[in-house]
Write a protein that binds this ligand. Structure first.
Ligand code: IVH
Length: 695
């Protein structure tokens, strides 16, 4: 879309605007819009930004200010016009120009061979050229552009008609508001694609839900589909959705003899890419014959976990468009395409019983015991069912057959109960009225979903608070595993958080499994934890709604943890990602004298309560960027990443010319291939990585 010359010019113009800060006029306004579109393209489509977010924002604000003062100068496809104002009342039903069909599924080689055989028979050819691309696991949409402008974005609906969700589609930065179709003699075009939430954003979104005490979503597909149906486009904007466009279903031309210029699906995807769409041109492979197809799909399945977004298979398409037309379709699906489904991450099981766990904040969480089932590479036998409302919403009963899903890194979730399979013997789930541990009456504020034990001394809460404090993402005292900690608590060796630092080690000597060496290790791990960075301590305190992300934000704002005692509610609300509930919870925590006493005790015992972060992030790896791919054998990925950051380095999310080191583990996939094409990237293995780390 942008050739080298264009890039040079646009970069030069960017610098001019940034440095000279010239006033916008009606003459140069299109130039600044083009600059912003170019940088959006680099960021959202190429995944390789050329300027900082700050620089982009300053140019954006310049344009926004001018348009506010001169509303007549606003155009429909100005980069500022994504952000709509006001709420959507309802989504009008709209007919698709061409029905949105689904694809036939295949699950193994034999299915593919059979499908190829039929296509060859129907076409009379000996060998067919296929294009293969990922089967994106998101929400499908249909976009209509007329005279270069995006005029409609519609959900799949029943395939014939869907909901017009245009204001929400306009929030997705990888969907262009306008594109140069007319130059390519295209007057009207309907394009199909998939809206996704990538794995990183999904994790953040789910963490946010859990920090709010809400149940997480089972998979990014539900997150994307749910986001598209929000009545407030501003919320959609915050969800950071992205789109891939993979099929043109309808096209009219400004020229009589068009669209014969494009003969293949792969060229169509390239054309889309060239005029600014994120089509899967880089992911796509074009091959001849089904045997090659089989190789490609098998190979791609191995890379599945390395991709930044979820895919549930591959789609194989006859590449020649004329041949596609000749093959036509059955009443359900085209004969020229087939989906190859990867191993399912869903499985069915039976809900056997429900147990209730009391968490560190007193929240009582129902946990379903299910018939053990293998899903997504692990055996699942219990699964959180979050709260009473969730049980009602999912209509769960004891004895139900249930569908569960384990999507990527997400903890397994129940998708639904299979109510059609009920026998009549299923039993209702009765939520307890008293704490299952201390028998204190449970309490639930009207507006909340979670029942709580309000007895602050409830043993279950105390021990859970300590478990959280020492856990991997908090103070990370690995030698003090959950089982040992529970044992120590029962024996009175540990009674509360500060007492972790007051263990009488002589009492451990007589315990089974505690030799001199393991005691020394434990002591050392506990000592070491005193130096953990402040954000870990803040997270470790277990303040309600303060997860890892919020803890990191908070830690950046203070010199010492005590500073929070001086923050007003308003000051807390000004912090990134801190909403009303979170602010109130932090405020209450630091106004509670018992908590301040606990902090003082920890400080006396040598725990670091001050912010040492700025001193640490300048390190041997300052200015260097890293990315890990494949399975590491010596370190966990999170550990390796943390060591980079601790030494001043930065972790990038994808391969680009900004990357200095790609560290490869076993089964490194597409990232490695991509990195090989960029000579400036140093590709190293785990052992080399450990060598460049200090000490
Ligand atoms: S082509 C007429 N290509 O999978 C054929 N579909 O199970 C149009 N999907 O309805 C579809 N990735 O929502 C196509 N690369 C891809 C796809 C893809 C995901 C979805 C799409 C379709 C469903 C069929």
């Amino acid at each position: 879309m942008y050739n080298k010359e264009d890039i040079k010019t646009l970069q030069q113009e960017t610098q001019d605007w940034l440095i000279k800060k010239q006033p916008i006029t009606t003459n140069n306004i299109e130039q600044i819009r083009d600059i912003l579109r170019f940088h959006e393209h680099r960021y959202y489509i190429e995944n390789d930004p050329l300027i900082s977010d700050y620089e982009y924002d300053s140019l954006y604000k310049l344009l926004e200010k001018f348009e506010k003062e001169h509303p007549d100068a606003i155009t429909k496809d100005s980069p500022t016009q994504r952000v709509g104002s006001g709420l959507i009342k309802d989504f009008p039903k709209t007919q698709h120009l061409v029905p949105m069909l689904s694809l036939e599924n295949s699950y193994d080689e034999a299915d593919l061979i059979d499908w190829d055989r039929k296509a060859k028979e129907l076409s009379g050819l000996n060998e067919i050229e296929y294009s293969i691309e990922p089967k994106f696991d998101g929400a499908s949409i249909s976009l209509v552009y007329e005279n270069d402008l995006l005029i409609r974005g519609v959900t799949r609906g029943d395939g014939e008609t869907g909901d017009d969700i245009t204001p929400n589609i306009r929030q997705i930065k990888s969907i262009p508001l306008s594109a140069a179709f007319e130059k390519n003699h295209i007057k009207q075009i309907e394009i199909r694609g998939e809206i996704l939430m990538n794995k990183t954003n999904f994790k953040k979104y789910n963490d946010g839900l859990m920090e709010e005490g809400l149940p997480p979503l089972a998979n990014p597909r539900n997150a994307a589909a749910g986001s598209l149906r929000m009545k407030d486009p501003a919320i959609v904007n915050k969800r950071n959705l992205e789109g891939f466009l993979y099929h043109v279903s309808f096209i009219t031309s400004t020229k009589k003899d068009h669209p014969e210029e494009i003969h293949t699906h792969s060229d169509m995807l390239k054309l889309l890419w060239d005029i600014g769409f994120r089509s899967p041109t880089k992911e796509m492979k074009v091959v001849k014959g089904i045997n090659e197809v089989i190789k490609v799909v098998m190979d791609f399945e191995k890379q599945r976990d390395d991709l930044p977004y979820e895919i549930d298979g591959m789609v194989i398409k006859v590449n020649n468009l004329e041949l596609q037309e000749k093959l036509g379709m059955t009443s359900h699906h085209p004969r020229w395409a087939i989906a190859f489904k990867f191993k399912a991450r869903q499985a069915t099981s039976k809900l056997l019983a429900v147990e209730y766990q009391v968490g560190r904040t007193g929240a009582v969480t129902p946990v379903a015991k299910i018939q053990p089932v293998h899903v997504g590479g692990v055996t699942v036998s219990s699964i959180s069912i979050h709260n009473q409302d969730y049980i009602k919403e999912k209509d769960l009963k004891l004895g139900d057959q249930i569908l569960i899903e384990r999507s990527g890194d997400v903890i397994p979730q129940i998708v639904k109960s299979l109510t059609d399979l009920r026998t009549g013997d299923e039993k209702n789930i009765h939520f307890p009225e008293d704490c299952p541990v201390c028998h204190h009456t449970l309490f639930k504020p009207e507006e909340e979903a979670v029942w709580r034990c309000t007895n602050i001394g409830c043993k279950a809460q105390v021990v859970e608070r300590i478990i959280h404090f020492v856990s991997k993402d908090a103070m990370d005292i690995r030698s003090l595993g959950e089982a040992n900690l529970r044992k120590f608590f029962e024996m009175g060796i540990i009674a509360d958080i500060p007492s972790v630092y007051e263990i009488d080690y002589s009492k451990l000597k007589n315990l089974e499994g505690f030799g001199e060496k393991s005691i020394a290790n434990l002591q050392q791990a506990i000592e070491k934890s005193k130096e953990q960075p402040l954000h870990r301590l803040i997270y470790a305190l277990g303040i309600r709604y303060v997860g890892e992300t919020t803890a990191k934000t908070l830690a950046q704002k203070v010199k010492s943890v005590y500073d929070f005692a001086d923050f007003t509610n308003e000051q807390l609300l000004e912090l990134e990602d801190v909403g009303v509930k979170v602010a109130a919870s932090i405020y209450d925590f630091f106004r509670n004298q018992d908590n301040i006493e606990m902090l003082k005790k920890l400080e006396k015992l040598g725990v670091q309560l001050h912010n040492t972060a700025p001193a640490i992030v300048e390190g041997k790896l300052s200015g260097q960027t890293f990315l890990f791919t494949g399975t590491l054998s010596l370190l966990k990925r999170s550990e390796a990443e943390e060591r980079v950051e601790r030494n001043g380095g930065k972790i990038l999310s994808g391969v680009s010319s900004k990357l200095n080191y790609l560290v490869t583990g076993e089964d490194a996939g597409s990232k490695l291939e991509k990195a090989k094409k960029i000579p400036s990237i140093k590709i190293i293995d785990e052992a080399d990585f450990l060598k460049i780390l200090p000490g």
